[in-house]
Design a protein around this ligand. Structure first.
Ligand code: FAD
Length: 305
């Protein structure tokens, strides 16, 4: 269960006591504030705070004294221009603070994004909960034969049942030993900072994560992408839903120029020019490696010739 009834009550309490402010308010973000959006079997992501809105991006870009808004249409045009031309600093004026509960192996991927501020639950100070990520059978797949870094076909029912049993058994056995090691019942009890070392990577941790919108878009472009591991992608997808409501114009520009856009190499541009001029270009004549060519063809759903 992502939240206990007490935690849910605390959140309801926070949402029940709004205050007046002179700061920029995003109605879309207000909808999400404090609420936990469940992710995986025990995880969640929830918005703790935000700074700025679409108008704040324009305000910074124009270095204006007032709200920065000319008209909604005008603002959207400016935001699209900024995104299109990688004029990134106005997006850094908006910030998002999240509370995330996630398995440790997902946290290891996430923490590689260095341009955020993080404060993690201390397993030196506190005792970790007995909560492990156990995938759904449909998410258990074999090693991909095409991509060394990914997964391929879903495991058959027998193998998947065996894997799930081992995942559960190993996690609970390790946690049982963890509890026994830290217990001071009839023994000194090992320090928490040491006892945690036998816990599996699918145990859940939690952190507060604060990032500006420019770097958040960078994170989302990499982690909401089909090449990202499913277990981090589902968090990125949940964050996308919040960002869409918080800064709708910026998110639309992000979808248009980053998520849905394609970056072409010089060889790619040249190939496209030759193709548009009627030439039949193949991988051999493209100047691209086989992999690059596959990606190029895939991006435009071109017929591989
Ligand atoms: C599909 C996928 C597979 C991956 N596979 C691997 C893997 O096999 N092994 C592995 O180790 N990692 C892997 N990674 C992690 C990846 O290499 C990056 O570390 C991670 O995506 C964070 O990206 P970033 O550094 O751009 O982000 P951030 O740390 O948020 O940085 C954002 C940008 O700030 C700048 N920046 C930040 N810090 C510095 C700095 N110290 N010096 C210079 N510029 C800086 C860079 O321009 C950077 O792009 C993978 C990531 C993905 C998405």
């Amino acid at each position: 269960m992502p939240l206990t009834p007490e935690q849910s009550a605390e959140i309801e309490d926070l949402r029940a006591t709004p205050r007046q402010t002179l700061r920029a308010v995003s109605e879309g973000a207000e909808k999400h504030l404090y609420k936990a959006h469940p992710v995986l079997d025990h995880g969640f992501v929830r918005m703790i705070d935000y700074m700025g809105d679409d108008a704040a991006i324009c305000q910074a870009a124009r270095v204006s004294y007032g709200r920065g808004t000319k008209s909604v249409q005008n603002d959207e045009g400016l935001i699209r221009y900024l995104m299109r031309h990688w004029h990134s600093t106005p997006f850094e004026m908006c910030e998002l603070k999240l509370h995330v509960k996630l398995p440790v192996f997902v946290a290891r991927q996430w923490i590689r994004h260095r341009t955020a501020n993080v404060n993690e639950y201390s397993a030196r100070y506190s005792i970790l909960d007995r909560e492990f990520y156990i995938p759904r059978p449909e998410d258990l797949a074999a090693q991909s034969s095409q991509n060394n870094q990914g997964r391929g076909d879903v495991l058959g029912p027998e193998e998947s049942a065996r894997v799930l049993d081992w995942l559960r058994e190993d996690a609970h056995r390790a946690y049982g030993h963890y509890e026994q090691m830290i217990s001071d019942d009839g023994q000194q009890g090992l320090a928490r900072e040491l006892a945690r070392m036998n816990l599996p990577a699918n145990i859940y941790t939690q952190w507060y994560w604060k990032v500006d919108l420019h770097n958040l878009f960078h994170f989302l472009r990499l982690r909401a992408d089909s090449h990202a591991q499913y277990e981090i992608r589902v968090y990125a997808d949940a964050i996308c839903e919040m960002v869409k409501d918080w800064v709708p114009a910026a998110y639309r520009a992000f979808e248009e120029y980053r998520l849905g856009g394609v970056t072409l190499s010089a060889s790619g541009v040249e190939c496209l020019r030759r193709m548009l001029a009627g030439e039949e270009v193949t991988q051999e004549t493209s100047g691209m490696s086989a992999r690059e060519w596959r990606e190029f063809v895939g991006a435009f759903v071109l017929k591989d010739i």
